[in-house]
Ligand binder design. Structure first.
Ligand SMILES: NC(=O)c1ccc[n+]([C@@H]2O[C@H](COP(=O)([O-])OP(=O)(O)OC[C@H]3O[C@@H](n4cnc5c(N)ncnc54)[C@H](O)[C@@H]3O)[C@@H](O)[C@H]2O)c1
Length: 301
């Protein structure tokens, strides 16, 4: 019988890429999404027999257990995921991301799953002092988004401890790839550059552009998901990035557009670089897509 996966937030950028891959390897997928930022069009190429879409809100739903019944895997990706709106509306973020996660894990506990994967965030390291930053390094929660994602992770890991649940948390660094959000006011740098390039306007570079980020292509992220669900590992936290840092100026050069420098924004880290040795060692995974080829592929679409 086909394996069954539920993806909360499956209509979003990462969730829809994960859906594509799971369908390709023969899973039946249930997408659970309230479409606050996710889009129907991200999934419109799928057949109903492969992907069932349920419109519901994880923080309010009374039916999570029903949706999860019979699932082999749950990928919990649903979240409000922007920093500045979280500062303006922390309560909304808390309810959505923390209460939502609590409800997901509580319902998952009642059904018999093989693994639950949680989408945590490298924002838990704040403005790190140690590079590459490992899972053991200091947690520094400097905005409500980071706090909600980290509390979500703590809940997921406590449930793994207390109830022997097969939970895994991935701390994503900067993910990019097809269907990256390019329309939002607060979208991440590659999304911004894509939309600016498309509209033929200068690429806006924050500060002097020498700040660095660890960018990981969504296909590399998905390949780690697939390896981890097949592995024997449970109750683990893993960084997931490329293990390489790239400056914003370098990204702008790959885009090859005119540049415009804009003032720095408070609360953003100067540099970010993941130590990914734990994940590499445990599941024998490594990222394959270089930032140059990943961006060139995006630009050619
Ligand atoms: N993109 C990144 O670089 C990055 C980095 C770190 C962590 N993450 C995490 O990865 C996950 C996916 O992010 P993304 O970039 O694909 O963002 P996204 O906004 O494209 O996807 C989030 C999805 O969750 C859905 N959603 C939000 N609240 C919901 C709720 N209450 N009930 C049901 N559905 C809900 C949205 O409609 C959307 O489809 C998020 O949890 C985010 O915090 C992303």
């Amino acid at each position: 019988m086909a394996l069954k996966s539920v993806i909360t937030g499956g209509a979003g950028f990462i969730g829809s890429n994960l859906t594509d891959h799971l369908v390709r390897i023969g899973h039946k997928v249930i997408v659970l999404d309230n479409f606050v930022s996710g889009k129907k069009s991200n999934l419109s190429h799928h057949k109903k027999k492969d992907v069932k879409i349920i419109k519901d809100d994880i923080s309010n739903s009374k039916n999570l257990e029903k949706y999860f019944k019979g699932a082999d895997y749950i990928f919990h990706l649903a979240a409000l995921a922007e920093v500045i709106p979280s500062i303006k509306n922390p309560k909304k973020y808390f309810k959505n991301n923390v209460i939502g996660t609590l409800k997901v894990v509580e319902a998952a506990k009642k059904v018999n799953i093989k693994k639950l994967i949680y989408a945590a965030s490298s924002s838990c390291y704040g403005n790190p002092k140690k590079f590459p930053t490992s899972e053991k390094d200091k947690i520094d929660l400097n905005n409500p988004y980071a706090a909600t994602k980290f509390i979500g992770e703590e809940i997921i890991m406590k449930y793994a401890d207390m109830f022997k649940m097969p939970n895994i948390s991935f701390r994503f660094f900067n993910v990019y790839g097809p269907r990256l959000n390019i329309s939002g006011q607060y979208s991440a740098v590659i999304g911004n550059f894509l939309s600016q390039k498309k509209n033929n306007i200068p690429l806006t570079i924050v500060g002097n552009g020498k700040q660095t980020r660890d960018f990981i292509h969504v296909d590399d992220l998905v390949s780690a998901f697939i390896k981890v669900i097949k592995s024997r590992y449970v109750n683990k936290i893993y960084n997931i990035g490329s293990g390489k840092r790239t400056s914003i100026n370098t990204i702008a050069s790959i885009f090859n557009g005119k540049k415009k420098f804009i003032p720095i924004r408070p609360g953003e880290p100067k540099d970010s670089l993941a130590n990914i040795s734990k994940l590499k060692k445990d599941i024998n995974w490594k990222p394959k897509i270089s930032i140059e080829s990943g961006i060139k592929k995006l630009l050619s679409n």
